[in-house]
Design a binder for this molecule. Structure first.
Ligand code: NAD
Length: 293
């Protein structure tokens, strides 16, 4: 069995490496990034998305957003031009649920099964193979590829039909963005009041306000370390997908809309490539203080 892996960026590259380490035969391709390191490890290199599809029994895509997935799968020189019936395509990118459903429907006409399987955990967990993977699609198809997904993640959960994986990811991204904003607002207040933010963190992290987000992001904020991690521009992409999806469904998400404007302001100020913990900079600017050790 050959697994085609398309999209070898921050996340896709270490995920592909983990599959090679687990003993799978891979065929790899990225439209813009080089992949000599992966061919050196034994993967076959491809010349296009179409070429990868012709060589593969299972295809994994890990691309930035909906237009990239649509181009790579449905576009010119795309996967759909040469994919064999019976192949399974697993898209692990974080994209709009409606785009997942569109790609899944087009592939179904070719006799190809599709799962949307976005991830949470970022680069460190992609490297460790401990991502949280949330999957949408048919249960029988899910069971077939689950052993492959388990080489990249420590939690692999089927949440519903095609598109459900990305709905779950949008929920995850809303909660993370709002949590960072709440932590930022609170720590700016404490700092402006003259209370040591490190002491505030130590005092509240074990209580009800504590969170994985607080534990990961407050130490970065206290160090003034905004190196990504997860870039503000990617979070804008996810919240835009959340807002579009919510508005189409008739489910207003006012807190998300508010944090989206905060992220837009940060992007305008030149912080788009910062880690999303830089949300604190927005509140620091309003109050005229910095939350640092
Ligand atoms: P990235 O930009 O580093 O990698 C994407 C890769 O896709 C690039 O190498 C690019 O050259 C390639 N690509 C773009 N269009 C292509 C095409 N048409 N055909 C072939 N290759 C193409 O992005 P990333 O950080 O690896 O993120 C990938 C996805 O995972 C995104 O949807 C992101 O939101 C999600 N994600 C990222 C993180 C993170 O911390 N970086 C965490 C969880 C989820």
């Amino acid at each position: 069995m050959t697994i085609g892996f398309i999209g070898l960026g921050i996340m896709g590259r270490p995920m592909a490496k983990n599959l090679i380490k687990a003993g799978y035969q891979l065929a790899v391709y990225d439209k813009f990034a080089k992949f000599d390191d992966l061919t050196a490890l034994g993967a076959a290199g491809g010349s296009s998305n179409r070429d990868i599809a012709a060589k593969s029994d299972v295809i994994i895509t890990m691309l930035p957003n909906s237009p990239h997935v649509k181009e790579a799968v449905l576009g010119q020189e795309g996967v759909i031009e040469s994919i064999k019936p019976g192949t399974i395509l697993v898209d692990m990118s974080s994209i709009a649920p409606a785009a997942s459903q569109e790609v899944g429907a087009a592939l179904k006409e070719k006799g190809v099964a599709f799962l949307d399987a976005p991830v949470s955990g970022g680069e460190p967990k992609a490297i460790d193979g401990t991502l949280a993977i949330m999957v949408g699609g048919d249960k029988a198809v899910f069971e077939k590829v689950k052993p492959i997904l388990e080489k990249m993640g420590s939690s692999v959960i089927l949440v519903g039909d095609v598109g459900s994986g990305n709905v779950t990811k949008l929920a995850n991204q809303i909660i993370v963005a709002l949590n960072i904003a709440a932590v930022s607002e609170a720590f700016v207040l404490a700092t402006k009041a003259g209370v040591n933010p490190q002491a505030v963190f130590d005092a509240i992290k074990g209580g009800l306000a504590g969170s994985t987000v607080m534990n990961a992001k407050v130490p970065m904020i206290l160090d003034g370390n905004f190196k990504p991690g997860f870039r503000i521009e990617l979070h804008i992409k996810d919240l835009q997908n959340a807002l579009d999806t919510a508005h189409n469904l008739g489910a207003p998400i006012p807190l998300t809309a508010s944090v989206m404007e905060t992220l837009q302001g940060l992007k305008t100020d030149g912080y788009g490539q910062n880690d999303h913990s830089a949300i604190v900079r927005f509140y620091e600017k309003l109050a005229g203080v910095e939350v640092r050790k």
